[in-house]
Design a protein around this ligand. Structure first.
Ligand SMILES: C[S@@+](CC[C@H](N)C(=O)[O-])C[C@H]1O[C@@H](n2cnc3c(N)ncnc32)[C@H](O)[C@@H]1O
Length: 243
């Protein structure tokens, strides 16, 4: 008897942009309408999903919707277990021949759970076809709102995951002309101090929940300091701004 190998579904890693449904790309919308299953990330405590909400804004998505919860535990091994469990759920659908989209805010290849899960999936399914659909990143949307160059000519851009204040080193700030700080929520004061020390405090923009209804943007340092911690927040600082 002839062997009948399973025909795997295709996996898409889909960026849905920072929050404004108008910043979904045409390819993202096309994929979301086409796939059999759409996986989105939900918060452990909130059950809210920004990426899921953006999928809701697209008409004509008929795929099964599967929310995935990811541990934010300090121990990497705990997170790893969670990536594997969620990867296995996706693998199960792919093995049924279903096309699957894993949606992420911003771009899927920029500090995203997608890349951890993707590695787990491709470790088990070597012949899987994968398409990563880029999304507009959170910081591109914030920069665009300022109508100012992020970098020009020979300038250097640093993108810093400021989840601890130690990550924001003088060495990085010396090298960069413009620095983007993601995950700023617990360390705004430490970042602002580092910027001052490195003469980067004259041109700062801070944004919370960019593209969502509660969006807030300010360049006023005392206002930044007064804000409560917000996970969806970032800062951009320029050293040699021309305008
Ligand atoms: C896990 S990273 C995800 C980055 C995302 N993949 C991207 O391309 O922007 C989460 C961090 O991105 C930033 N972020 C994402 N969406 C945002 C938004 N709508 N407004 C402000 N910051 C946002 C925040 O710094 C947040 O802590």
């Amino acid at each position: 008897m002839e062997n009948n190998p399973i025909k795997l579904g295709k996996l898409y890693g889909v960026g849905v942009g920072p929050g404004d449904p108008k910043l979904l790309t045409l390819r993202t919308v096309e994929v979301l309408r086409d796939v059999d299953v759409i996986f989105s990330v939900v918060g452990v405590n909130t059950k809210n999903s920004i990426s899921g909400g953006l999928v809701d804004s697209v008409s004509g998505c008929t795929g099964e919707r599967v929310p995935l919860m990811f541990s934010m535990a300090k121990k990497m091994s705990d997170r790893e277990v969670c990536w594997q469990e969620n990867a296995d759920l996706i693998i199960e659908k792919l093995k049924q021949g279903k096309s699957c989209a894993f949606v992420t805010i911003g771009d899927p290849l920029l500090f995203s759970t997608y890349t951890y899960v993707l590695r787990k999936i491709t470790a088990k399914l070597k012949k899987l076809t994968v398409e990563t659909v880029p999304g507009i990143t959170s910081f591109q949307a914030v920069a665009a709102s300022q109508n100012k160059a992020m970098v020009e000519d020979k300038q250097i851009l640093a993108v810093v995951p400021a989840w601890t204040s130690e990550v924001v080193t003088d060495q990085i700030l010396e090298a960069a002309d413009t620095a983007v700080f993601l995950k700023t929520y617990q360390h705004k004061d430490a970042i602002l101090e580092s910027l001052k020390r490195n003469n980067m405090d004259a041109d700062i923009v801070y944004a919370e929940r960019m593209g969502l209804s509660e969006q807030m943007i300010t360049d006023d340092i005392s206002e930044i300091q007064a804000r409560d911690n917000e996970y969806l927040s970032l800062m951009i600082a320029r050293k040699n701004s021309k305008s």
